[in-house]
Structures are given as structure tokens and as C-alpha cells.
Design a protein around this ligand. Structure first.
Ligand code: CA
Length: 495
């Protein structure tokens, strides 16, 4: 590996190009033999190491596996004290890694939350303020029909640093009912298998199998890899499997049995991925993160347990079995209170991230993931790219920070007049979190660093803080586009 590094650094593509231009034959030789070899070398693991690294011995780039569940509540883990859910494999990640209890996603619902992971931007920059549904519904909510393929994306950036990249599982940056929405391949992935995308829908339980096969291939090719493994569970419908129902046969409530069984199934698949990393001796050099795209779903009123059909994932049990819990956080899915956005975030990287540690302080967020992963990968951020987050490599490695120097902003479409869903905007700035309606008629302020469960609204006690953060929010709103534009509209969309 050290030798590779020396060889790579000595190759300058420019002289080869100028020589190759002399004759057609040389062009052909270049195209057929030299360029592929050169590209393979450029893609090698040691090429784009961070400049600050002076050690010339080889440091392989870490592999990254990002496990992103769907509506998995903060409290829905054995290691977070859930009374009956069993998650031994995610618990293993917590035991061998650090549990960051203050991580937030960029939205209370799926599509915008995932947009932030992919772009490192607040989703409002793309008018993605809600989930992608039918084109008519997207139009009514002033949304595009998909994330622009021209947007900066994490897989492209990691690909440029020599990574091989794959997406398995839920997509939802387009959708199956938007048949002309681009597939994950259009965003820079080398390989994908997905549902909630246009075209063929991958069966939800096949995610880990595909991920393991991709890991094996990448290992054989000696390429660092990045995998977005975006699991279906525990979103509705609940696709229960007898083996897991049997595991929870003693549960008194059928709804609890269904919920526990799908979480257990997802946890087992995570275990299969971890076992593959062990078997291939990749565990030491792989950052594995488990997180969720938003807080747990909840029926708005008492609902009988029934089957429902989803065009992307098939038939399964409905919302009555959505029994997720937030362990005391306020609200649930779709809320900008912590129950909607403060989700599990467990990171394991043996020898690099502390094992068995709990970080209760660091206010890290989903927009930080792109700059963090790019720093770890030695990937240069593209010219002109302005991240909304900051690299949290030092925080991952144990240097906790209890305040947020670069503010975080949230925008949710369709604020409702309900206990937890009235806020259209939220801001986290330093130790403060402000929630407000679009017209600013209702405002709440929390010392979120000290009051993680949002128990004490201090807006009336801190008018100067409210004023200051509101001014920052207004300045941020002024940078947002009024409506979506570009190649982001389905031909099914009526003007
Ligand atoms: Ca979700």
C-alpha cells in the first residue's frame, strides 16, 4: 500500500495526454489500456489522503456503512431502555461505539430528512418541505417531484475520492408513483436496489443481502466503500415474518407483537451485515452508524388494527401497530419538537471512536454528515459548495461540544393546529432552540443544551434571544427559493 502511494503520486496525467494526442494509434492505446489503469490507480485507497497527514505509511480509507431506519423512535432500542423491543445487534454497536443521544435529523418526515443526508443542505433549499407523493400533491405543497439530480450529493463526492458507493433500501427522493422520477443511479451511486423509487421495487427484506454482496465485491476489489442502507422498518405497512412473530409470541398486545417483530427482523439483518464485516476482517476499518430518518409514527386517533397496501412495499399491518416511543421527548413523527427530530445515532469505528461511551452533549445533526464523511474519506468538497453543517470528525472521536456555533434551521410544510405539530420553523443556535409558526404568532424558546426534553419554554424570559434568533431565521428564509425550479417536474404534473 505504501508503494502504491509513491507510484500514484509520481503519475502526472498531463504528459501522457499530450503524447497520446500525436497519433490515432496512441489515442487508442491510451483509451484501451492506459486510462483504465490510471483511473484504477487514482481510485486507489491512498490517493487523496488529507494534506495534514504527514505519515507516508499507508492509512487505508475507512469504509462507511450508514444504517438509516424509517420512523425508528429514540426509545425503540434495548440499549435505550425499551421494555420489550430486542435489538442485540444495534446494542452491540453501542457497546463497541459511542451513543450520541442529541443527534437531530433535518426534518420530522422522510424525504426532507434524507435530502439533508444526501446533499449536506437544509432541504428547504430545494423546496423539499414534506414527503414526495403524487405529482398533484407535490404541486399543491409547492414541492418539486424529486431531488434535482444536479444537486451536490454525498455518493458523488465520495466516488471522487476513490470510493465505490451503493444505496440499498428506501429511496423516497422521488417515488414509485412518480414514474419519471430519476432512480438512485442518477445521483452518483455505482449500485443500488431500492423501493419508493421509480421502476422496480426491491423487496424490503433484501437490503442486507445486497449490502453484504456489495461489501464482498468491494473487499475483493480492495476498494473503500460507502453504503447507504436505508431500512424500511418500522414504517408502515409492517411486513411481519412468522419467525419473528413467534419470537414475540408471549406479547399481550397484537400491536406490540407486530412492532417488536419487525424491529427484531431489522436488527437481525443489521447483525448479518456486522457479521459479514467480521468475516471479511473489515470491522476495524469500517465506520458503522445506526440512525433513523425521523421520530416514531403515531395514529392521530384510536385505530383498529388492519392490513394496508403500499404500492412500493406491498401489504402489511397498518398504523395501529406503530407503537414507537421517544423515551420522553416531546411529540413524534412530523413534529419539530425533539420527538420528531432527535433520533438514535450510534457510531462504531474500533480504535477511532470510543467504545461504550455515551455523548449527551454534542448537538450534531444530519447536515453535518456530508462534511464529516468527506473529511474521513479525504474527499474534497466541490468548488463553490457551501455546506450547511460542519464536519464532526472530532466530536465523533470524543471531543464533545455542548453548543452549536453554526445555527441549524428547520422548515416544515403544512403546520397543523395540534399540540406537537404547530411549528413551521425551528432554529438551534448556541444552546437555544426556537420554534415558531410562519406568522410568528406562536413562539417557544428552550435552552435545548440543558433541557433536552423541552420542558420549560423561556421565550417570555428571554425576549432578546428570541429577537436575535428570529432575525437569523428571517435572514435564512430570505435565502430560500420561493418555488422549485429546474428539471424537477414530472410530465404528469398539470400546470
Ligand atoms: Ca420516515
Amino acid at each position: 500500500m505504501g508503494m502504491n502511494f509513491v507510484i500514484e503520486m509520481q503519475i502526472d496525467p498531463a504528459p501522457l495526454n499530450s503524447r497520446a494526442e500525436r497519433t490515432a494509434m496512441k489515442n487508442l492505446i491510451m483509451k484501451l489500456f492506459i486510462m483504465p489503469a490510471l483511473l484504477a490507480l487514482l481510485a486507489g485507497p491512498a490517493m487523496a489522503r488529507p494534506a495534514k497527514e504527514t505519515n507516508t505509511t499507508s492509512v487505508p480509507k475507512p469504509n462507511i456503512v450508514f444504517l438509516f431506519a424509517d420512523d425508528w423512535g429514540w426509545g425503540d432500542l434495548s440499549c435505550h431502555g425499551h421494555p420489550y423491543v430486542k435489538t442485540p445487534n444495534i446494542d452491540r454497536l453501542a457497546k463497541e461505539g459511542t451513543d450520541f443521544t442529541r443527534f437531530t435529523v433535518a426534518s420530522g418526515v422522510c424525504s426532507p430528512s434524507r435530502t439533508a443526508v444526501m446533499t449536506g443542505h437544509f432541504p428547504a433549499r430545494y423546496n423539499i418541505d414534506g414527503h414526495f407523493a403524487w405529482p398533484k400533491s407535490n404541486a399543491q405543497r409547492n414541492m418539486p417531484d424529486w431531488l434535482a439530480t444536479s444537486a451536490p450529493t454525498l455518493p458523488r463526492m465520495l466516488g471522487s475520492a476513490g470510493y465505490t458507493t451503493a444505496h440499498f433500501g428506501k429511496w423516497h427522493l422521488g417515488n414509485d408513483m412518480i414514474p419519471d422520477s430519476p432512480t438512485p443511479a442518477a445521483y452518483g451511486y455505482d449500485e443500488y436496489g431500492a423501493f419508493n423509487c421509480a421502476g422496480e421495487q426491491m423487496p424490503v427484506h433484501e437490503d442486507a443481502r445486497h449490502a453484504i454482496s456489495f461489501i464482498e465485491k468491494s473487499a475483493a476489489a480492495k476498494k473503500p466503500f460507502f453504503i447507504n442502507l436505508w431500512m424500511h422498518e418500522p414504517h408502515t405497512p409492517f411486513h411481519t415474518v412468522p419467525k419473528y412473530e413467534w419470537r414475540f409470541r408471549d406479547m399481550k398486545s397484537r400491536e406490540d407483537q407486530i412492532y417488536a417483530s419487525v424491529l427484531s427482523h431489522a436488527d437481525d439483518r443489521i447483525g448479518e451485515v456486522l457479521a459479514a464485516l467480521d468475516r471479511l476482517k473489515l470491522t476495524e476499518n469500517t465506520l458503522v452508524i445506526f440512525s433513523s430518518d425521523n421520530g416514531p409514527a403515531r395514529a392521530t386517533k384510536p385505530t383498529p388494527l388492519d392490513l394496508q397496501y403500499d404500492t412500493a412495499t406491498g401489504a402489511g399491518w397498518g398504523i395501529a401497530a406503530s407503537k414507537g416511543i421517544t423515551a420522553g421527548r416531546k411529540g413524534y413523527k412530523a413534529a419539530l419538537f425533539e420527538g420528531g427530530i432527535n433520533v438514535p445515532f450510534i457510531a462504531r469505528w474500533p480504535g477511532k471512536i470510543f467504545a461504550g461511551k455515551i455523548d449527551n452533549a454534542s448537538l450534531i445533526s444530519a447536515v453535518d454528515l456530508l462534511p464529516t464523511f468527506c473529511e474521513l474519506a479525504g474527499a474534497k468538497l466541490p468548488d463553490g459548495y457551501q455546506p450547511d453543517g460542519i464536519s464532526q470528525v472530532e466530536v465523533l472521536q470524543g471531543k464533545a461540544t455542548a453548543t452549536r456555533s453554526k445555527p441549524l434551521f428547520w422548515k416544515m410544510g403544512g403546520g397543523k393546529d395540534s399540540e406537537f405539530h404547530w411549528a413551521n420553523y425551528a432554529v438551534v443556535d448556541r444552546q437555544w432552540k426556537l420554534l415558531t409558526t410562519a406568522d410568528a404568532n406562536r413562539v417557544e424558546l428552550y435552552d435545548i443544551a440543558a433541557d433536552a426534553l423541552e420542558t420549560k419554554d423561556v421565550a417570555t424570559e428571554k425576549p432578546e434571544v428570541v429577537k436575535d434568533i428570529n432575525a437569523k431565521l428571517e435572514a435564512w428564509k430570505a435565502t430560500l427559493p420561493e418555488k422549485p425550479s429546474g428539471e424537477v417536474f414530472s410530465k404528469e404534473r398539470k400546470p
